[in-house]
Each structure stands twice: as structure tokens, then as C-alpha cells.
Design a binder for this molecule. Structure first.
Ligand SMILES: Cc1ncc(COP(=O)(O)O)c(C=O)c1O
Length: 472
């Protein structure tokens, strides 16, 4: 392992090397078994004689901090458990802009699955097509020219954009050329890229209330003023969008978190409003692939004849959130500006995974996987709906949803405290009110992507028991 030693200003190099390595072992920076650089290499790096380094190593070995065998290297010997590193710098150091203090900390990593896992927006990763993915990855790595393994196109793998354009045209009637598509780090990044090229600090944007929090929070950090706009059974209330709004972010297929689909008349009204006010509509179609009933409604993108809609999609729900791959489709001139923003943000998204998805789409595996998962999620949706009616008919009113990976249920009762108690009791779900800004929608939100069929009933029974205990 490389070892950073600072000999500037020290007079006795041998003692200093000894002292700094000893300190690194004692404070846990160096762990038992770590290999130290060979004496010749360290001497060269520090511009001291090899004898100096050898003397320091010998003293550390004699004191039991190091062990070494000729030809096998020098290792750290430490009985001490590694200690967490203290944060460097003082509390009064450089501070972020105040906008960032309003942003909550990111959610903790999903390491230990809860006993009953009703997390929202998470697919069943156990059913990911691992074998196909391994085969396609091996194929891509074998056939990859060096170009693909250095820096790729900021706009995204050309073949993926071609396949995706075809897929979107067939499956969603979203007709775009590959030049209009930009591959991003998840749908999440598209909001950042779009805002950067379209909005200035002080501009007004509108989001659904209740709604998906990250876009609202992100826009706020860019100095954009964000208006929460109520949602009813038909989707966002267009008449409530404030004048001078430049951009509105919506989830028409499966409103997040309520689950309602935006009605055809509301879609028309939103597009008319965008046309009249010269605004942009961001259509987040994040989990539209999982539609269980009814005819799919036309996306805003295909109803729009004035180029006012930016269409956003994600591979997180169909494949894996960990891939961090999503995309947007924008009018041509805008797409080119967004490509520049993508380049400046992170150059491009991972190329090997993009090539794998392109191949998966091309050979038809993607469409087969969507069909298979749709059947599995439909069964979970129905189990959850039946279970909610049976266990919570008196308390919760499920909100009809024809698509997606989550179901919400309204209530007249404030269930925020109950949802927190449920989480501590091993039932991971959400309170609807936590997604609201001004609208106080009470109720619960259940994801059914991650939970196995046979855990849904027992999870709801646990929840009911908990509720009755609290009410007693
Ligand atoms: C409404 C909505 N949009 C976007 C995303 C994020 O998608 P991605 O993982 O592609 O960034 C989510 C994730 O749950 C979501 O619920």
C-alpha cells in the first residue's frame, strides 16, 4: 500500500519515518496485514537513503509493529481494532450555501432488508436476469474495442439510443430520433440537467403536491422558486399552477405518491397551459412499464404538438436502481444543450452497462423481462389491495392505480406517528403526509416491488396488530 509520510521540516528522517508509521498503526490507519512498500521504493519516494528506511523498519519490527520475511515483504502487525477516522477540519470551516441546509440528509443505504419490506420504488432484485446479464457483459467485454473502454459519448451509447428510440416508439408511442435521447445517471440526473439548461435562479417551477421530493429539493438548491401545486383524482390541478411558471414536473402515468393516472382531459389542459404560457413540461414516466389494467393513456409527449414536453424514463424499476441509468427525450435544440450539460456534469454514464442494455433490448430479452415482471407485480398489487381491504377497510381507502410498484391508501387520520412506529417494528412503509408540502394528505404508502408474495399478508397483519395496540 502507498504510504504518505511527510518529512518536510523534520531533521531526523529515520526517527520521523519510525514515528509516523507507528502512529498510523496505533490509530488504525494501517491495519493488521497491510503490506508496507519495499525499503528501496520508500527510500526513493522520500529521497532518503535506503539505510534510513531500513533502520526505521527494523526498529518498528523489534517493537512488534511490523513483521517481515526476506523476499515476502514487510507487514503491519497490530492487535488494535481499526478506529474510525476523525473528520478533518474544524466545524467553522468552509460552509455550504444556505439552500443546502434545507435539504434533508440522503436516505440511509438499503443494507438490511426490513422484516416486511414495503419500500417504494424498489424492484425485486432477486428476479433480475443475472445469467443473461453475465452473458451479455462477457460478450461486450470480449468484443469491446479500446474506444468503448476509454471515454464514451456524453449523449449515451449510440446503439442504446437507437434501440431505446425503437422501444419507446413501440411500447409508449413516444416517437423520437436517437439524437433527441440523452442517457443519464438515472431519471434523477435528468432533472438537474434540464434545470441547468432552462432555468435561472429566481425562475418559478411547479411540482405536484404531494409529490416526489427530490426534484423539488434539487430545484430549490439551484435558486429556483418552487410552487407546490395540488393533485386531485385527475392529476395535477392545472388551474392552480401559478402565473409565470417556467417549468412543471409531473408523473402522469402513476402519480408519485398517490398513484392516480392523469386523466385525458387534464393532459390536454396541461398541454394547453404550457403552450399558452410558453412553459416546459417534464413528464417523468418512471414506472410506466408495469401497467396492470386499462388501456395505457397517451403520454403527454405524444399528445404534444408544440415541442413543450421533455420525456423522462428510468432503467431502475425494470432492471436495477444500482445501474444508475435513465434517459430523457427532448426537442432537438434542447437535447444538444443538455448533452453539453451532461458532459460538464460527469462526461457520460457507464458505457459497458449501456452496451449491455442495448444488446438486451435488441435481442428482445428486455421486453420479455418486462412482461414477466408485470405478471409478478400485478399479483402482488392484487394481494396488497385485497389485504388492505380485509385488514384496514375501516381506516384506509386505497387510491386506485393502474400501474407502478406502489399503492397508496388515504385516511382521515394523521398516520405519521403510526408509520414511524411501524418502521421501528420492522414494517417498512411511508406516511403519505411526508410527501406533502402544503397539501396534508394523510394515509400510507406501500411499495410492493421488493416484498415476496407470501410476506404481504403477514406484513399487513403485523401492521393491524400494531395499530390496534396503539389505539387500545
Ligand atoms: C417519481 C420518480 N422519479 C424518478 C425516480 C428515480 O429514478 P432513477 O433511479 O432512475 O434516478 C424515482 C425513484 O424512485 C421516482 O419514484
Amino acid at each position: 500500500m502507498d504510504l504518505h509520510l511527510d518529512l518536510s521540516g523534520s531533521r531526523g528522517h529515520r526517527d520521523e519515518i519510525y514515528r509516523q508509521i507507528r502512529a498510523a498503526v496505533l490509530d488504525g490507519r494501517l491495519r493488521d496485514g497491510d503490506v508496507l512498500p519495499p525499503t528501496r521504493e520508500l527510500a526513493h519516494q522520500l529521497a532518503v537513503s535506503r539505510t534510513t528506511v531500513t533502520a526505521a523498519y527494523e526498529r518498528l519490527t523489534a517493537e512488534g509493529f511490523l513483521t517481515g520475511r526476506v523476499g515476502a515483504g514487510t507487514y503491519v502487525r497490530s492487535g488494535a481494532a481499526p478506529r474510525p477516522v476523525e473528520p478533518s477540519g474544524s466545524a467553522e470551516g468552509v460552509q455550504p450555501r444556505p439552500e443546502w441546509t434545507a435539504v434533508p440528509a440522503p436516505p440511509p443505504p438499503f443494507t438490511d432488508p426490513p422484516e416486511f419490506d414495503f419500500r417504494a420504488g424498489v424492484p425485486d432484485v432477486r428476479l433480475f436476469p443475472f445469467d443473461t446479464w453475465r452473458r451479455l457483459t462477457a460478450q461486450i467485454l470480449r468484443s469491446s474495442q479500446a474506444e468503448r473502454l476509454t471515454y464514451g459519448e456524453p449523449q449515451g451509447d449510440p446503439r442504446l439510443r437507437e434501440e431505446l428510440a425503437r422501444h419507446l416508439a413501440v411500447s409508449r408511442n413516444v416517437r423520437v430520433s436517437p439524437d433527441q435521447l440523452v442517457i443519464s445517471s438515472g431519471a434523477q440526473q435528468t432533472i438537474d440537467l434540464i434545470a441547468r439548461v432552462l432555468l435561472r435562479p429566481g425562475d418559478l417551477a411547479a411540482v405536484e403536491d404531494p409529490g416526489y421530493p427530490p426534484p423539488r429539493l434539487l430545484l430549490g438548491t439551484l435558486g429556483v422558486r418552487v410552487a407546490p401545486v395540488p393533485v386531485d383524482d385527475d392529476g395535477i390541478v392545472v388551474d392552480a399552477i401559478p402565473p409565470h411558471t417556467r417549468l412543471v414536473y409531473v408523473t402522469p402515468s402513476h402519480q408519485y405518491p398517490l398513484g392516480v393516472a392523469m386523466s385525458p382531459s387534464r393532459r390536454r389542459a396541461l398541454l394547453d397551459w404550457a403552450e399558452d404560457s410558453g412553459a416546459v413540461v417534464v413528464e417523468d414516466d418512471y414506472d410506466t412499464e408495469f401497467r396492470y389494467s386499462g388501456r395505457p393513456l397517451e403520454p403527454l409527449h405524444s399528445l404534444d404538438s408544440h415541442g413543450r414536453v421533455i420525456y423522462v424514463g428510468s432503467f431502475s424499476k425494470v432492471l436495477l436502481p444500482a445501474l444508475r441509468l435513465g434517459y430523457l427525450a427532448a426537442p432537438p435544440a434542447l437535447a444538444q444543450a443538455i448533452v453539453k450539460a451532461k458532459y460538464l456534469a460527469d462526461w457520460h454514464s457507464p458505457t459497458i452497462e449501456q452496451a449491455v442494455i442495448a444488446e438486451y433490448l435488441a435481442e428482445g430479452g428486455f421486453a420479455r423481462h418486462v412482461r414477466r415482471m408485470r405478471g409478478i407485480y400485478r399479483a402482488r398489487h392484487d394481494l396488497l389491495l385485497d389485504g388492505l381491504r380485509a385488514e384496514f377497510g375501516d381506516l384506509l381507502e386505497p387510491v386506485p392505480a393502474a400501474a407502478g410498484l406502489h399503492l397508496s391508501a388515504s385516511s382521515d387520520v394523521d398516520l405519521r406517528g403510526f408509520a414511524r412506529r411501524a418502521v421501528s417494528a420492522g414494517v417498512r412503509l411511508y406516511s403519505l403526509a411526508d410527501f406533502s408540502v402544503a397539501a396534508r394528505r394523510h394515509g400510507l404508502l406501500f411499495g410492493y416491488g421488493a416484498i415476496a408474495d407470501d410476506r404481504i399478508g403477514p406484513g399487513l397483519a403485523r401492521l393491524r396488530g400494531l395499530f390496534d395496540d396503539l389505539a387500545a
